[in-house]
Design a protein around this ligand. Structure first.
Ligand SMILES: [Zn+2]
Length: 219
């Protein structure tokens, strides 16, 4: 990886914690993973740069991140997130110059700072609506930058990541089942113990009665 510049982009930061769960902030997890990744990449000789350094708790907007990426012009830009989802697994979004991807969420800002949503892309042109008319900007040569707030095309490795997700789901279900079985056995063991205790009590009681009877008879 010698000579390669890799830009790491830990998601969220500052007043934007990202996903939260029981006091854990996504931004903290993103920082931690970024740090681990940076060390590994550096050890392999890569030149690692950041949009914000891990531990640097500042809020960056999407435009700031894009601006930093364009300025550094890295070989690879890697955005790190720990999103919340209703089932365990991994998700990966990638863009290699947005080939044929869905444009929902993509926009650019004109000279007056007005946001225009892009309705489609074709032949290096991004089309948008203005006053009911369809207009376009040329993406590759334009001074305008196209931002994409919602990368919507899950990677080709979709199948692979689905397999991983299914596997971890299976594992979790297996663990839950095992835990249930275990607590069931402990409950059964407890019940047996209870029965034994009761038996012993009964026995003790009977022995006492016997003793009392004997004492009575001896009198
Ligand atoms: Zn996130």
């Amino acid at each position: 990886m010698y000579g390669l510049t890799i830009m790491l982009d830990p998601g969220h930061g500052g007043s934007d914690p990202g996903a939260t769960y029981e006091g854990v902030y996504e931004k903290t997890l993103n920082d931690r993973l970024t740090k681990v990744l940076a060390d590994k990449l550096k050890a392999k000789g890569a030149n690692v740069v950041y949009t914000r350094k891990p531990g640097q708790d500042i809020r960056l907007e999407l435009e700031d991140r894009t601006e930093l990426a364009n300025r550094s012009n890295p070989d690879l830009f890697l955005s790190i997130h720990h999103d919340s989802y209703y089932q365990p697994g991994y998700s990966m979004f990638y863009s290699s110059y947005r080939p044929n991807i869905e444009t929902s969420g993509a926009y650019f800002k004109d000279d007056n700072g007005k946001t225009h949503h892009i309705i489609r892309e074709e032949d290096g042109k991004a089309y948008y609506n203005q006053d009911g008319k369809e207009k376009y900007i040329v993406i590759k040569t334009t001074k305008y930058r196209v931002y994409d707030a919602t990368p919507s095309f899950a990677a080709q490795i979709k199948d692979k990541s689905k397999k991983i997700a299914d596997k971890s789901k299976e594992k979790i279900e297996r663990m839950q089942k095992e835990r249930k079985e275990k607590s069931k056995t402990t409950q059964e063991e407890k019940n047996i113990q209870k029965d034994n205790n009761q038996e012993k009590k009964n026995k003790d009681h009977a022995q006492k009665e016997d003793k009392n009877k004997k004492l009575k008879n001896n009198k």
